[in-house]
Design a protein around this ligand. Structure first.
Ligand SMILES: Cc1ncc(COP(=O)(O)O)c(C=O)c1O
Length: 391
């Protein structure tokens, strides 16, 4: 007999990890599997963290994040997102994924379920599994004729019942690049208000959009102060800070006091010197770097688009946001087996589509991150095509 929860013992690493562990760090492998660009965090952010260390900022600090950093995040919300959010609604448990866990800890009791718009980054639903939620997926539908992903709101709402405690939407989405429209967000917000369901909006790719907008539609722009919403954000992607493990969340004001306890319990906040790096990211220099990153993504997206124009077995729905290509390979039904073979023999690392949700349709896809050096990205795509031709 074991005291450990059965559902915990049943957890297994997702397919992205399985493929990456085959060849992590091997220099001849073109690694497109993780959600990060090949750019190193810019010097002004690194310098700010180093300065903090040199000044002896190595002690415990506020568990919800430094006051000045949380105030700077308020400024970012006003400037970039177009929302005025009280500083007391901002908490920084650690990286965005810990904000996801924290939000779910606040919501899920045994027997509850979470309805998740998919395909989606697997750590989201694995986090829900860790806290004991039942998972329900509402898969976006491919509209190949129109070249876009579509959310069926009726399907989403029909998955909710009396034990649904949260609807989880990631927009712009990983891996699809789909962006929820203002009216879709409003409809989900109205529904969740009526039904007493929390709305978790993961907006870590909020500024990574390709139509010139400063930010994708944000739940923060339409929600009221007391709505039971959680909006997740991160320094990881726009500022090339994936290894820093720092992000933030906006939560209802009723959680301001409890968050002091939860954040202590989970990690007592992100590393203090990392927070000084994050503070530098929110300056005009940080805005300039975000623009550089977005340009790299835009170029990568065009490289993939041009490449796919020459292919007849690989296609995509061109992403409106984020920095992933979710590539559909004709005839593919075992994306994990394909990705494992690809990394071993083809020396290119991709994430298998099956990792992004349980539906069989995902198995015809692989995901790449295109925020890469264009020449290396092209080479990776050529290797992918060669492997596809051998199948
Ligand atoms: C949708 C989504 N949310 C959250 C995260 C995690 O961000 P962080 O590095 O801050 O934990 C990722 C990372 O890939 C992601 O794709």
């Amino acid at each position: 007999m074991s005291a450990i929860r059965k559902d915990i013992l049943d957890l297994v690493p997702n397919g992205i990890g399985k493929v990456a562990m085959e060849a992590l760090g091997e220099p001849d492998v073109i690694a497109l599997w993780f959600g990060e660009s090949d750019l190193v965090t810019p010097p002004f952010i690194r310098e700010a963290a180093k300065r903090a260390l040199d000044e002896g900022k190595t002690f415990y600090n506020y568990a919800r994040g430094l006051h000045e950093l949380r105030r700077a995040i308020c400024g970012y919300h006003r400037r970039i997102v177009g929302a005025d959010i009280d500083v007391d609604r901002i908490s920084m448990p650690g990286a965005a994924v810990l904000s996801v866990v924290t939000a779910l800890q606040c919501l899920v009791e045994t027997g509850d379920n979470v309805v998740i718009v998919s395909p989606i980054w697997p750590s989201i639903f694995q986090a829900a599994e860790v806290v004991g939620a039942e998972l329900r997926f509402c898969r976006l539908d491919e509209d190949w004729a129109d070249g876009r992903w579509r959310l069926d709101l009726d399907k989403l709402f029909s998955l909710c019942d009396g034990r649904t405690n949260a609807i989880f939407v990631n927009s712009p989405g990983n891996p699809t690049g789909w962006i929820a429209s203002r009216s879709e967000q409003q409809a989900i917000l109205d529904f969740s208000r009526r039904r007493g369901i929390a709305f978790i909006s993961d907006e870590v790719y909020g500024t990574m959009v390709y139509d010139g907008r400063l930010h994708a539609p944000s739940l923060l722009q339409i929600a009221d102060k007391d709505d039971e919403i959680f909006v997740i954000n991160s320094f990881s992607k726009p500022w090339a800070m994936t290894g820093w493990r720092i992000g933030w969340m906006v939560h209802p004001p009723s959680l301001s006091e409890p968050m002091k306890v939860i954040c202590v319990a989970n990690n007592t906040g992100p590393a203090v010197f990392a927070q000084y790096g994050a503070l530098a990211a929110l300056t005009p220099e940080g805005d300039a770097f975000r623009a550089v990153m977005l340009e790299r993504c835009r170029t990568g997206r065009e490289v993939v688009q041009e490449f796919l124009a020459t292919q007849n077995r690989i296609r995509w729905i061109k992403p409106d946001g984020a920095f992933y290509g979710f590539l559909h390979i004709e005839g593919l039904t075992d994306s994990l087996g394909f990705a494992l073979g690809l990394v071993r023999e083809g020396r290119v690392g991709v994430a298998p589509g099956s990792a992004f949700g349980p539906e069989a349709a995902n198995d015809s896809y692989v995901r790449i991150c295109f925020a890469q050096d264009p020449a290396r990205l092209r080479l990776g795509l050529e290797r992918l095509t060669a492997a596809t031709a051998r199948r």
